[in-house]
Design a protein around this ligand. Structure first.
Ligand SMILES: [Zn+2]
Length: 340
């Protein structure tokens, strides 16, 4: 019997598993790669990376493979080892390979790693940096059509090199996102976010092969409107909102378009940001003085289908990202921020 493949542990925060299921919209998109909702960084972000150990060669491999994504996504990486870097990489050979997904990394204390590269076979670092920019496991796609032979998989992963208990395997392999939790729609067998499984692990004879480079669809997805289009607005080009000013008119003019706003609070207090109109938009608030620190996100707390976020904010600069809730949706809306 051959050893099971080395598996990546999918670090998903419990709240995602508990998030209530919403009605799904039909699979009408054309892109794949799966990205849990609400995990992507602001388009145009500069993500700082700190290495916590690792040899020069290991760090070089991690850098090189991280940059695979930057070739296509509108993201930059700064490997300057900033103490409060968004992505903190350890190289503990006893802890496998794993990464938090996208903005979840910000919820970890700054003295803890957000990614571990316990091995660096093939495209492992590229795969983990895929998680770090917000991608989930391709085998978690509900469109995958993989029917696990559960006893076989549980037995294989209980042994070396993974030594996973049943709960771990269930969470990490059998768990699938519901369609409303992901952005992708079709299964991509060539994705770097897929691991190799032998056909004996499935009851329907599906086998997958290891993918050590980005697939065409990986590149297309991260460059696309739902993730990090290079044509999209960068934080430096965000539309400025004045606190207390009249509502500003805005427009999701193209499918998948992202609107970006910024505002400055000159004193601490409770602030409310909301949209109005018939367009079902989704809001994320970042700050203070950070494009990567997610404060809150909201879908429908305001009037009708409009988002509203009320938060105790320190004096500083804040960013508001607005996207349509549906992959293909467009429409007009207005937005305002006021102090309460
Ligand atoms: Zn993984």
């Amino acid at each position: 019997m051959t050893a099971a493949p080395k598996m990546c542990f999918d670090r998903i925060l419990p709240r995602d598993v508990l998030r209530p299921q919403l009605t799904t919209t039909g699979p009408n998109g054309t892109t794949r790669a799966i990205s849990p909702r609400g995990k992507s960084w602001l388009n145009g972000s500069n993500l700082r990376v700190r290495f916590m150990g690792g040899s020069a060669a290991e760090q070089a491999t991690a850098r090189e493979q991280a940059l695979w994504w930057a070739d296509y996504a509108n993201l930059t990486f700064d490997f300057g080892n900033a103490p409060d870097a968004e992505i903190r990489v350890s190289f503990d050979t006893n802890d496998g390979a794993w990464s938090f997904v996208g903005t979840d990394s910000r919820q970890m204390p700054p003295n803890q790693a957000t990614m571990n590269l316990g091995f660096l076979d093939g495209g492992t670092a590229g795969h983990e940096f895929g998680h770090a920019i917000g991608l989930a496991h391709e085998h978690s796609s509900p469109a995958g059509g993989i029917q696990w032979d559960e006893p076989v998989v549980l037995a294989a992963l209980a042994g070396p090199p993974n030594f996973w208990d049943e709960a771990t395997t269930r969470h990490n392999v059998f768990f699938k996102y519901s369609l409303d939790q992901i952005h992708g729609t079709a299964f991509d067998p060539d994705s770097i976010m897929l691991y190799a499984f032998p056909a004996s692990w499935t009851t329907n004879g599906v086998a997958t092969h290891a993918n050590d480079i980005l697939s065409a669809l990986d590149k297309e997805f991260v460059a696309g409107a739902k993730m990090y289009p290079k044509s999209g607005p960068s934080p430096s080009k965000a539309t400025v909102l004045a606190v207390g000013a009249d509502r500003a008119k805005a427009d999701i003019g193209k499918s998948g378009e992202e609107d970006l706003f910024r505002f400055t609070t000159d004193q601490d207090g409770v602030y409310q940001i909301d949209t109005r109109g018939q367009t079902d938009v989704y809001m994320k608030l970042f700050g203070p003085n950070s494009q990567t620190a997610l404060i809150d996100e909201d879908d429908d707390s305001g009037y009708g289908l409009n988002p509203r976020i009320s938060a105790q904010l320190l004096a500083g600069d804040y960013y508001v990202q607005i996207r349509h809730y549906d992959r293909s949706g467009t429409g007009t809306y207005s937005i305002a921020v006021k102090k309460r």
